[in-house]
Design a protein around this ligand. Structure first.
Ligand code: NAD
Length: 514
């Protein structure tokens, strides 16, 4: 394995599965006690690292360490925790390029998008530093004379973060940078497809920790493992909160397991995102937004545009322009400047795309463009595809599902009410958009009678959220919110305090008990 990225970061030791080991591949592998697995780069299918899953005993040691560290971290002043996050952000800033290379290596993301992912990490650090001085509750008037009420927010405890392959650094950062300033210790179980990204994140964090001896070491750990370790995490009541990002199938399992022990889960699951393009839309603007949202990241964002709901009067024109635009998309090695569509993550993902296209045709759909594997001008061994455009009925079964690949279904509508009904009819509820120049249409789309998603945009695409807002979606997307706005509240427990300074003991609701 090429660990030079860690050397560039000035790291010679890695903290993995509760052990410190040298950055050598074999040493990292030996840090696990379970079955062995390899990590292959989507770029060319080559093995980049070998790992062993953590054993249940290793998980146990990590949880014990996280509990011990929590006893110290939780009572440190929040601005001091913010100072640690500020230093983490500065190191990430300094090494943005190296970190982005690892994202590209493991996820196959093109470099500009990988740099954007690291930038999200940096941005959320800045946000969290400010937040560390704003974890405030309310003062509430009391109905009783001589009383005052208030709310306080306290840390929760060890928080587990289970991540997906496609945002291997940003999802950790959204959770951990906010979770840490809230006073929690963080345990990351990364996607088994992207453990190096997790180790790089942890290494940056530990570099910042080196400069702050007043903060305990065990505040963050990485546990490498597959879904069986994820399952053990979900079962463990020492995690008051499990934040899990991934497929809806994963969320069903984690949500049920954490729910059965009455813990909290924060679920960020699959999307099936739609854009309505009205007859009044600025089509030039819409076209650019559609291409980035649907074909960017090779269709592997939770917010990827999957359903285009076009007004019948502009549908044919829009599809023709889209086909032209798709035909000029450079598909290739994500490290090569100019590539806009990188590889799918692996062969299973390619098979899922091909099966979805077959199902679409079997259900009466027509592939208008793309869908095939691209082998010329791309690295051997990677699964590169030409993004597909498919015309189909809005209620076809395959359209109700999230296929994690670049397939854009073209649906048609005649009235806005119909378009909104189509937009809302799928089981997922993450991101949505409308392109319109009509204020009435835009406001209806944003109103309670409009989009039922966690994200609803006007005249921008479905993908590419900013960290300042709360991120997440409804229905089978899981209901969780992460990152900005007041998402931090999910990482804390609220206490309501009533203080009697009056010398009498009146009861609430006027009850007399004497
Ligand atoms: P995945 O569900 O296969 O795996 C995600 C993580 O969950 C991995 O770490 C995996 O080991 C773990 N896991 C899987 N089954 C588990 C179980 N039963 N118990 C505990 N842990 C389990 O997802 P993926 O292929 O890595 O990522 C793609 C999916 O993630 C897509 O559906 C995408 O929409 C979704 N996603 C959602 C968001 C969001 O914020 N809503 C962000 C990124 C990705």
């Amino acid at each position: 394995m090429n660990m030079t990225f860690l050397e560039n970061l000035g790291i010679d030791k890695l903290h993995v599965n509760g052990l410190y080991c040298s950055v050598m591949n074999a040493a990292v592998k030996e840090a696990g006690e379970g079955s062995e697995f390899s990590v292959n780069s989507p770029i060319n299918g080559m093995e980049v690292a070998r790992f062993r899953n953590a054993s249940p005993a290793q998980l146990e040691a990590v949880i014990t360490g996280a509990e011990e560290a929590f006893r110290e971290l939780g009572s440190l002043p929040a601005p001091l925790r913010g100072e640690l996050v500020r230093r983490i952000g500065n190191i990430a800033r300094e090494h943005k390029q190296d970190l982005a290379r690892i994202v590209t290596l493991e996820s196959g993301k093109i470099m500009p998008e990988a740099l954007g992912e690291v930038q999200e990490w940096i941005d959320v650090c800045d946000f969290a530093v400010g937040l560390s001085r704003q974890l405030h509750g309310k003062t509430i008037v009391s109905e009783r004379p001589g009383h005052r009420m208030m709310e306080q927010w306290h840390p929760l405890g060890p928080v587990a973060v289970i991540t997906a392959f496609n945002f291997p650094m940003a999802v950790w950062a959204w959770n951990s940078m906010i979770g840490l300033v809230c006073g929690n210790t963080m345990v990351l179980k990364p996607s088994e497809k992207a453990p190096l990204c997790a180790l790089a994140c942890q290494a940056v964090l530990e570099k910042a920790l080196d400069s702050m001896p007043e903060i305990p070491r065990g505040i963050s750990s990485v546990i490498i493992g597959d879904r069986s370790i994820g399952q053990l995490i979900a079962e463990d009541k020492r995690f008051p909160l499990v934040s899990a990002t991934g497929s809806t199938a994963m969320g069903r399992s984690v949500g049920a397991t954490v729910g059965a022990r009455l813990g909290r889960s924060l679920l960020e699951l699959g999307g099936n995102n739609a854009m309505i393009v009205s007859e009044t839309a600025d089509l030039d603007l819409a076209l650019r937004a559609i291409v980035f949202s649907a074909a960017g990241t090779a269709g592997q964002r939770c917010t990827t545009l999957r359903r285009l709901i076009a007004h019948e009067s502009i549908r044919d024109d829009l599809v023709e322009r889209l086909k032209k635009s798709y035909a000029s998309l450079p598909i290739g090695d994500p490290n090569v400047p100019g590539s806009l569509v990188g590889p799918l993550v692996d062969g299973r993902s390619f098979d899922a795309m091909q099966n979805a296209l077959k199902s679409a045709v079997a259900e009466g759909g027509e592939v208008l463009f793309g869908g095939e594997r691209v082998t010329a001008g791309v690295p051997d061994g990677g699964f590169y595809v030409r993004p597909a455009i498919v015309s189909i009925r809005h209620d076809a079964q395959v359209v109700q599902e999230e296929t994690f690949a670049p397939i854009l279904y073209i649906l048609t509508y005649s009235t806005l009410d119909e378009a909104i009904a189509i937009q809302n009819e799928v089981p997922q509820g993450l991101s949505s958009a409308i392109f319109t120049e009509s204020m009435r249409e835009a406001e209806l789309f944003l109103s309670a009678d409009g989009s039922d998603c966690g994200i609803a945009n006007v005249n921008i695409g479905t993908s590419g959220a900013e960290i300042g807002g709360a991120f997440g979606g409804e229905k089978e997307t899981g209901g969780g919110r992460e990152s900005g706005s007041d998402s931090w509240k999910a990482y804390m427990r609220r206490t309501t305090n009533t203080i009697n300074y009056g010398g009498q003991l009146p009861l609430a609701q006027g009850i007399v008990f004497e």
